[in-house]
Design a protein around this ligand. Structure first.
Ligand SMILES: Nc1nc2c(c(=O)[nH]1)N[C@H]1C(S)=C(S)[C@@H](COP(=O)(O)OP(=O)(O)OC[C@H]3O[C@@H](n4cnc5c(=O)[nH]c(N)nc54)[C@H](O)[C@@H]3O)O[C@H]1N2
Ligand SMILES: Nc1nc2c(c(=O)[nH]1)N[C@H]1C(S)=C(S)[C@@H](COP(=O)(O)OP(=O)(O)OC[C@H]3O[C@@H](n4cnc5c(=O)[nH]c(N)nc54)[C@H](O)[C@@H]3O)O[C@H]1N2
Ligand code: SF4
Ligand code: SF4
Ligand code: SF4
Ligand code: FES
Ligand SMILES: [Mo]
Length: 662
């Protein structure tokens, strides 16, 4: 620990802390603009200057490490004057006529910094010229006229997102934020995650959707969890007048540390599907609006007599429902109705094989955090750039620092461009390929553990033949994996959809062989499906959906999109109940439609892909006329004279998980 004195206050702080952070930990605020908690200190704006005893000139506190006995003052007359001068320069350099700026009025860190110094004007004549405004992006606008060149956006896009789209062109006062080689943002490599907008302190990067919808002080912030995929990013939903104005990544989020992808930040704001707001029943071949009472009675009259019949009601639920809803669904149809076909829309495709492996061998998967320090990532059958973007950010950001990426995928994807090795295999050749990689490692004596493979040469030959990958490329891949110090293996639906447990077993063996997995390290992760993919499999909702003489089908669809296959497979159902939020091909063929709350109108828990239970709060009141998913299940149970215990915490522990739960 280091002792320092700031404004007369004795502070003990760990070595390596910056003066700015040390002050902050002691409740002393030092004004700053380019500094951001999640970004590497940059020292660009100089607003954070402080006086250090014995030093000739003021120092930028955001890049100044503490040292023992240091005496710092942050509010001397000289410092205050310098700060005012720095702000005057910033204001005069470009078009900072605050009254004309969208974020003026509490949301602009530049304006707020000036008010803190009690500035109402600045003495320097503005000398700016017109800078470009880029309006080509679907979600935000870049107005270089309001830019203070703090480079938070550039640093966030690189250091956090790992996309490296933004940079600075030109020099000095003419510096401009540009995308790629100065192409319009909308035509650039930008993946639309919006992180740059979230970190911009001024009105230079502004959101198209939330613009002119109110200032932060007018908005209510609700803590929630993204249900876009199984990563489970923490988010703040900003609401005004029962409307979502904006969604931001939660900097305190355990999984995502403030990051979101396009699906989390913007998809909910651009939802265009038609809501269903009244229950409907098919009468004389036509769907007609009815009261909840009539709808529930009709469903109950039809389903109650089927209770106890294994081939009575087949039931299938979305893995985007809360775990509260999923466990009630399971209890209702599995335990009370005793049906032999109760599953989820995912049908266990992304989860069942790993869960079965865990049932025999215990939890074997690691936590997403391990990606932050991986030096080699093997991505096999997982399209991380599309399906679990934020997980990808955690290692893509380190690639310029030497982290290697290997992909094994029969299809071409954007990941290939950045991969060090992209193996374009024949689909389904993974088992042979993985064994071949093991054999090379064993043969070359590179394994971390001993593994006897008497037929190594034959396995390698088999891998080459089956996968279509050359011997040389296989050796290169094996060596890259084996030589790395902290490798991580990610697998997705390309592997799990083969529903072959030995594939998981061999991947695990490979992970142990290269040191991705040992007694302390768990560098093997499956990417799973939707928000409650893991919860669904823990509740046993992971079988293939098949109709076998069932007399009714109950679908708790929630806000899922429906695939053609699900529509086709249920089209022959003798009786179809659809619990859904939006109109779809599936609701068109329903006998009864029960309209329910969307994700933002309900509260509940989600268990993400690495076993973390997270709570989402209700951001909006339920749309008039709709019920919560859990209410519908308990109403149906009550009408069939059943009571549901609804003990989800207990229910999810009945099955072994492939990853430890926390
Ligand atoms: N054989 C087999 N069965 C499977 C799987 C498998 O891989 N193989 N996968 C399982 C899994 S994990 C799942 S989640 C389920 C469902 O998985 P799939 O059956 O693969 O369904 P999805 O691909 O989710 O597609 C839903 C539909 O919604 C559309 N859609 C998605 N987003 C949008 C959008 O923003 N706008 C519009 N207009 N349309 C959109 C898609 O184009 C698609 O037609 O199937 C499960 N069953
Ligand atoms: N944006 C977005 N994110 C999503 C979803 C979404 O619809 N949109 N859906 C969510 C859901 S429901 C799921 S299940 C997950 C799925 O997420 P992932 O598990 O990553 O699955 P996919 O995105 O289908 O990518 C699977 C990859 O495996 C490759 N592949 C196919 N066959 C083989 C094979 O035999 N061997 C190997 N090695 N690779 C193969 C495919 O080319 C593809 O690139 O994503 C979730 N996240
Ligand atoms: S939206 Fe994301 S990828 Fe695009 S420029 Fe901003 S930070 Fe980079
Ligand atoms: S656009 Fe915003 S975040 Fe980027 S350098 Fe300019 S002021 Fe800073
Ligand atoms: S990575 Fe998944 S959970 Fe995170 S913001 Fe994107 S869709 Fe949502
Ligand atoms: S905050 Fe320290 S130089 Fe910008
Ligand atoms: Mo899925």
């Amino acid at each position: 620990m280091v002792q320092i004195t700031i404004n007369g206050k004795q502070i003990e702080t760990p070595e390596g802390t910056t003066v700015l952070r040390a002050a902050e930990s002691a409740g002393i605020y030092i004004p700053r603009l380019c500094d951001h908690k999640e970004l590497i200190p940059y020292g660009g704006c100089r607003l954070c200057i402080v006086e250090v005893n014995g030093w000739r000139v003021p120092m930028a506190s955001c890049t100044l490490p503490v040292s023992n006995g240091m005496v710092v003052n942050t509010e001397t007359e000289a410092i205050k004057k310098s700060r005012e001068f720095i702000l005057s320069m910033l204001f005069s350099e470009r078009n900072h006529f605050c009254p004309f700026c969208q974020v003026s009025g509490g949301d602009c860190e530049l304006q707020n910094a000036a008010y803190r110094e009690e500035m109402t004007s600045w003495p320097i004549q503005p000398g700016w010229s017109n800078f470009t405004v880029d309006t080509s992006h679907p979600y935000f606008i870049l107005d270089n006229n309001r830019c203070i060149l703090c480079r938070r956006c550039v640093r966030a896009c690189g250091e956090l997102v790992g996309n490296f789209t933004l940079s600075v062109a030109e020099r000095g006062a003419a510096s401009l934020i540009v995308a790629d080689t100065d192409v319009p943002l909308g035509e650039s490599t930008c993946i639309k995650c919006g992180t740059c907008v979230q970190v911009c302190p001024t009105g230079a990067l502004i959101d198209r959707v939330s613009v002119y919808q109110g200032h932060d002080k007018d908005l209510t912030e609700i803590k929630s969890v993204c249900v876009g995929c199984s990563v489970g990013c923490s988010m703040n939903i900003l609401v005004r007048d029962n409307r979502i104005v904006r969604i931001e990544g939660d900097w305190e989020g355990k999984v995502n540390s403030g990051l979101l992808c396009e699906h989390g930040r913007y998809d909910p704001l651009t939802e265009a599907r038609q809501r269903i707001t009244t229950p409907q029943i098919r009468k004389n071949g036509k769907l007609e609006p009815v009261t909840w009472e009539e709808a529930l009675r009709t469903v109950s009259d039809k389903l109650s007599p089927l209770a106890g019949d294994k081939n009575g009601v087949a039931a299938i639920a979305s893995t985007r429902l809360t775990v509260e809803a999923l466990s009630m669904f399971k209890e209702l149809f599995s335990d009370r109705f005793n049906s032999n076909m109760v599953t989820s829309i995912e049908e266990g495709v992304p989860t069942a094989a790993a869960t079965r492996f865990a049932e025999k061998n215990g939890a074997f998967e690691g936590k997403l955090d391990i990606l932050r320090t991986a030096d080699t990532v093997l991505c096999i059958g997982a399209n991380i750039n599309r399906s679990h973007m934020v997980a990808g950010f955690l290692f893509k950001r380190n690639m310029p620092k030497g982290t290697h990426l290997i992909t094994i995928d029969p299809d071409i994807s954007e990941l290939d461009d950045m991969a060090n090795i992209a193996l374009k295999t024949k689909a389904g050749s993974d088992l042979a390929l993985i064994k071949g990689l093991q054999a090379i490692i064993v043969k070359e004596g590179l394994g971390r553990v001993s593994l006897i493979l008497p037929n190594a040469d034959a396995l390698i030959e088999q891998a080459v033949q089956t996968s279509g990958i050359s011997h040389e490329e296989l050796v290169q891949t094996a060596q890259m994996l084996a030589h790395s110090i902290s490798p991580v293996i990610l697998f997705g639906k390309g592997i799990t959809a083969q529903r072959n447990e030995s594939l998981i077993e061999e991947l695990h063996r490979l992970a142990v062989l290269v040191g991705a997995v040992d007694n302390e390290r768990f560098g093997l992760l499956s990417m799973k499906g939707e928000a409650n993919s893991l919860a669904a499999t823990l509740l046993g909702l992971d079988e293939t959906f098949k109709l076998n003489g069932h007399q009714a089908v109950y679908i708790a669809l929630g806000d899922d999109y429906v695939s053609k296959s699900l529509v086709e497979r249920t089209s022959k159902a003798p009786y179809l109940v659809v619990q859904a939020c939006y109109e779809s091909k599936l609701t068109e063929q329903a006998d009864v439609i029960l309209p329910v709350t969307i994700w933002s109108e309900q509260e509940g828990h989600y268990i993400n892909l690495d076993g973390r239970t997270q709570q989402a709060q209700k951001a909006l009141p339920p749309h008039e006329g709709v019920y919560d998913n859990t209410t519908v299940f308990s109403e149906i149970a009550a009408r069939a004279n059943m009571t549901l215990k609804a003990e989800w915490q207990k229910a999810i522990l009945e099955r072994k998980s492939s990853v430890s739960l926390n």
